[in-house]
Design a protein around this ligand. Structure first.
Ligand SMILES: C[S@@+](CC[C@H](N)C(=O)[O-])C[C@H]1O[C@@H](n2cnc3c(N)ncnc32)[C@H](O)[C@@H]1O
Length: 250
C-alpha cells in the first residue's frame, strides 16, 4: 500500500488557489464591513497601508476610495493577478509574509481573515511600520458556537464511491487547546494507493498573542469588535475580533 500525504490547504498551488476562489473567501459584505471597521478603528487620513495575505484584495476599494495608499502582498500569484486586475489604484506583489523585510514604510499593516500563528509575522510587521504605526489583524472568537457547531464536532465516516474507491474522513476537535484536525483518506483498493489530505489549525490564545506582540516591541495591544468595543470574554458573538497593536513613537 502506497500512502501519499498532501496538505489540504496549499496556497500558492495554482490549481488549489483557483478552486479556493470558489469557496475560501468571506462574502463580499463581510469583506467590505471588515475593511470599513479597520478604517473606523484607525481613523486617520492619508495612510500608507500594507495588507499582507491580501488574497483578492476585493475590499481594497474601500481604502482606495477613502484616499489611502494601498500595497497588497500574498503568497499566491493567482490571487495577486486577480487583485491587480480589480484594483488599478493599488500596488501588488507576490510575497510570503515571512519574507517581509521592509523597514519604517507603513502607517498601517493589516492582515484580514488570516491568523497570526507565531511571532515571526508580528516581528516583520513591527519592522515594516513607521513610528506610531499600527498592526491590525483578526482573531477568531474562541466561543463562537455557530462556527464550532457541526463542523467542529468529532466524527469519522466512510463512503464508497461508484468507482469502488473509498473516502474515509476523520474530524477531531480538542476544545482545551482549541485545535481541530481534519483528514480525508482516499483509498483505491485496486492500485493500493492511499491519498491522505490533512488539515489542522490551532489558535494562539489571546493572552499568548498579547505576550508575543509586546515581546517584539509593540507598546500597546487592544482587542476590539467591529464597532470598536473592547473584547469581553464569553460572548458568543461576534465571529471575529480585531487586534490592534501600536508601535509607539520609537
Ligand atoms: C482566507 S484568505 C484571506 C485573504 C484576504 N485577506 C481576505 O480577507 O479576503 C488567506 C490568505 O492568506 C494567504 N497566505 C497564507 N499564507 C501566506 C504566507 N505565508 N504569506 C503570504 N500570504 C499567505 C493566502 O494565499 C490567502 O490569500
Amino acid at each position: 500500500m502506497k500512502k501519499i500525504y498532501v496538505p489540504m490547504i496549499r496556497y500558492g498551488d495554482k490549481e488549489f488557489d483557483e478552486g479556493f476562489i470558489g469557496w475560501g473567501f468571506q462574502s463580499m459584505e463581510e469583506q467590505i464591513r471588515d475593511a470599513r471597521a479597520v478604517m473606523d478603528i484607525i481613523s486617520r487620513d492619508g495612510l500608507k497601508i500594507l495588507d499582507i495575505a491580501c488574497g483578492l484584495g476585493t475590499y481594497h476599494k474601500v481604502w482606495l476610495e477613502a484616499g489611502h495608499t494601498v500595497v497588497g502582498t500574498d503568497l499566491s500569484e493567482t490571487f495577486i493577478t486577480m487583485a491587480r486586475n480589480t484594483n488599478t489604484g493599488a500596488a501588488y506583489r507576490v510575497e510570503n509574509f515571512y519574507d517581509l523585510e521592509e523597514e519604517n514604510e507603513y502607517d498601517l499593516v493589516t492582515m484580514i481573515d488570516t491568523p497570526v500563528e507565531d511571532e515571526d509575522v508580528p516581528r516583520n510587521v513591527y519592522r515594516a511600520l513607521k513610528p506610531d504605526g499600527s498592526f491590525v489583524f483578526q482573531l477568531s472568537n474562541p466561543v463562537y458556537k455557530h462556527l464550532r457547531g457541526q463542523k467542529l464536532e468529532n466524527s469519522r465516516s466512510w463512503k464508497e464511491n461508484e468507482d469502488r474507491t473509498f473516502l474515509l474522513t476523520r474530524h477531531e476537535y480538542n476544545e482545551d487547546i482549541d485545535r481541530w484536525e481534519y483528514e480525508e483518506w482516499h483509498l483505491n483498493l485496486e492500485t493500493g494507493d492511499v491519498l491522505i489530505e490533512h488539515n489542522f489549525s490551532t489558535h494562539l490564545t489571546f493572552s499568548r498573542l498579547v505576550d508575543i506582540l509586546l515581546a517584539v516591541g509593540f507598546c500597546s495591544v487592544s482587542i476590539l469588535d467591529a464597532d470598536g468595543r473592547p473584547y469581553t470574554t464569553s460572548h458568543e458573538d461576534p465571529k471575529n475580533f480585531f487586534c490592534v497593536a501600536r508601535k509607539g513613537m520609537k
